[in-house]
Ligand binder design. Structure first.
Ligand code: 8X3
Length: 249
């Protein structure tokens, strides 16, 4: 790797927006460390794209420390793309599962916190770079059944916003990308515990975003001149005015 090569860590890289971001950054000439739990999927993505596969569970502090040490020792870092996360359940506050909420907090909020804490010193040592957080339109609104997920996405938004305040003056940009409905192979399937019929209904009757649309947005934000900080991009399907208002045929 030459010193001018940009290098990104992308979390949640085994599918969906993460995998699309790995593909896009690789084709834009970035070196990429692709991070996720599922080593088999990462290996396939690495073989396809030339990214480096780094299997890790971001809910495990040792895994995150191992990731940071590896990145530091093998060429440093230009951008951290905190993408790992997801929703579990769509249940009312009165009846939702406490464990679903706990898992959502762990993967979305604490995972992002751990990785950001571990890799900030690497960015600093390399003279700066970007911390990007993929949140959601759920980071700025409410919908019935969504409190567990909107809660963690609001928390991630606050993590990004507060970090920007705390490190202003350093050569590090903090960027939030907030997608609306994105039809990926897993988001709704995971949310509904594998119920494919229910998952498909989420995207029925309108054209949702696809993972590449979000990867494109991420790549654009990362490629602005260094004095330009894209604080927040909300990217939705044209047919979606809000989380609760979608024009369906
Ligand atoms: C996914 C968008 O509408 O399911 O982040 O909360 S939504």
């Amino acid at each position: 790797m030459t010193s001018s090569t940009r290098r990104a860590v992308v979390t949640g890289a085994s599918s969906g927006i993460g995998a699309a971001t790995v593909r896009r950054l690789r084709s834009d000439g970035w070196a990429v460390v692709a991070v996720a739990r599922r080593a088999d999927r990462l290996a396939e993505l690495a073989a396809e794209t030339g990214a480096e596969a780094f299997p890790a569970d971001l809910t495990v502090a040792d895994d995150v420390a191992r990731l940071a040490a590896h990145v530091e020792a093998t060429g440093g870092l230009t951008a951290l793309v905190n993408n790992a996360g997801g929703a579990f359940g769509l249940d009312p506050v009165a009846t939702s599962d406490v464990d679903d909420w706990r898992r959502m907090y762990e993967v979305n909020v604490l995972g992002t916190l751990r990785v950001t804490q571990a890799l900030l010193p690497v960015l600093r040592a390399d003279g700066g770079g970007d911390v990007l957080v993929v949140t959601s339109t759920a980071a700025d609104g409410a919908y019935e059944g969504g409190a567990g997920y909107t809660g963690v996405k609001h928390a991630e938004r606050m993590l990004a916003t507060t970090l920007r305040w705390e490190i202003v003056g350093e050569p590090i940009r903090v960027i939030q990308i907030a997608p609306g409905a994105v039809a990926t192979e897993e988001f709704s399937l995971v949310r509904f515990g594998g119920d494919a019929e229910r998952a498909a209904k989420v995207y029925e009757g309108f054209q949702p975003l696809v993972a590449d649309d979000v990867a494109d947005t991420i790549a654009w934000a990362l490629s602005r001149p260094p004095h330009v900080n894209i604080d927040l991009i909300v990217v939705r399907p044209r047919a979606q005015a809000s989380n609760t208002k979608t024009a369906r045929e």
